[in-house]
Design a protein around this ligand. Structure first.
Ligand SMILES: [Fe+2]
Ligand SMILES: [Fe+2]
Length: 311
């Protein structure tokens, strides 16, 4: 996955996607930007909407066949190998947070060293995606903890730099230890997962009980859960929900797994949905000016985080 930009690709079969964000492009094609509020029916709004859906269709077309088949292969690996035991092993490996110590901006720069086969002239770098997300939240006048959440939400992707394959870093997340929801993309690939016909893990509740609360649910391993553990003592609960569940599309887009929600989850989960709009739809071709934005974001980071964190 990590290649010298000038060298031809040496992707391993474990990392089928050319670009880590091909998964996000696929999400955008599955969940195109929703129409503006149904209340707005003025001609100007209709024209605006028409423009937006044209843009969505155009994006969909641009998302080429090769990328689509590599994303499919990526999901095959993800669904086959994300077992309950695999996740427990990764939690044990990473959640003691003994990999390294870094500040937030340092982690952003570290993540930016992740060089994949993307075209540096057209694809956004990781730091640019983080800044675009944060800037679009800021432009809408949201509180600063929300802006900060946009800035850091993908930092868990440094797992790639720690040697984890794409399928253990990105991709839609889902509970393990219970039945896989039908609406999870490429659901059929779960048949290759050893947990598929496990006597307990294949049942509706699995190892859990109804209304047990999401905090007790073991999610498939990836960048969301890892970052949550790094930052959990420093941000408000709303922000922690956004970070921990932003890839849990089966719940925030498909309303699955509601049986496990407790009162707290019902209260905070709408924030995950609000965040998703910025995560998926803030990407634009206009590159943010990293040097110009850095002082603002460094001072924001300082208000919430110590200068060094355990990762
Ligand atoms: Fe993410
Ligand atoms: Fe993201």
């Amino acid at each position: 996955m990590i290649n010298d930009q000038n060298q031809p690709s040496h992707r391993s079969p474990e990392d089928p996607m050319k670009h880590l964000d091909d998964w996000e492009s696929d999400l955008k094609s599955r969940y195109p930007k929703p129409a503006p509020s149904a209340v707005e029916h003025e001609i100007t709004e209709c024209q605006k909407h028409e423009g937006e859906s044209n843009k969505a269709r155009e994006d969909f077309r641009k998302y080429d066949a090769e990328a689509r088949s590599s994303v499919k292969e990526f999901y095959r690996l993800n669904h086959q190998f994300q077992t309950y035991d695999f996740v427990q092993q990764k939690r044990h490996q990473y959640l003691s947070l003994t990999q390294r110590r870094m500040g937030i901006w340092e982690a952003m720069e570290y993540l930016n060293t992740l060089v994949d086969d993307s075209d540096p002239d057209t694809e956004l770098s990781q730091i640019e995606h983080l800044l675009q997300t944060a800037e679009s939240i800021r432009a809408d006048g949201h509180p600063e903890w929300f802006v900060l959440t946009g800035l850091i939400h993908d930092l868990g992707k440094i797992l790639c730099l720690m040697g984890e394959p794409q399928w253990a870093v990105v991709g839609d997340t889902f509970p393990v230890g219970c039945q896989y929801a039908k609406s999870i993309v490429y659901h059929d690939f779960f048949k290759q997962n050893p947990d598929w016909d496990h006597p307990v893990y294949s049942t509706k509740l699995g190892v859990y009980q109804e209304k047990i609360g999401l905090d007790q649910i073991i999610m498939s391993w990836g960048h969301d859960e890892y970052l949550y553990h790094v930052v959990k003592n420093h941000l408000p609960t709303e922000a922690l929900y956004m970070i921990r569940y932003h890839s849990f599309y089966a719940a925030h887009r498909e309303n699955e797994y509601q049986r496990f929600f407790d009162k707290q989850d019902e209260h905070y989960f709408p924030w995950v949905r609000r965040f998703n709009e910025y995560d998926l739809y803030s990407k634009s071709d206009q590159r943010p000016d990293v040097a110009k934005l850095k002082p603002y974001y460094e001072s924001l980071i300082q208000r919430y985080f110590p200068s060094s964190l355990a990762w």
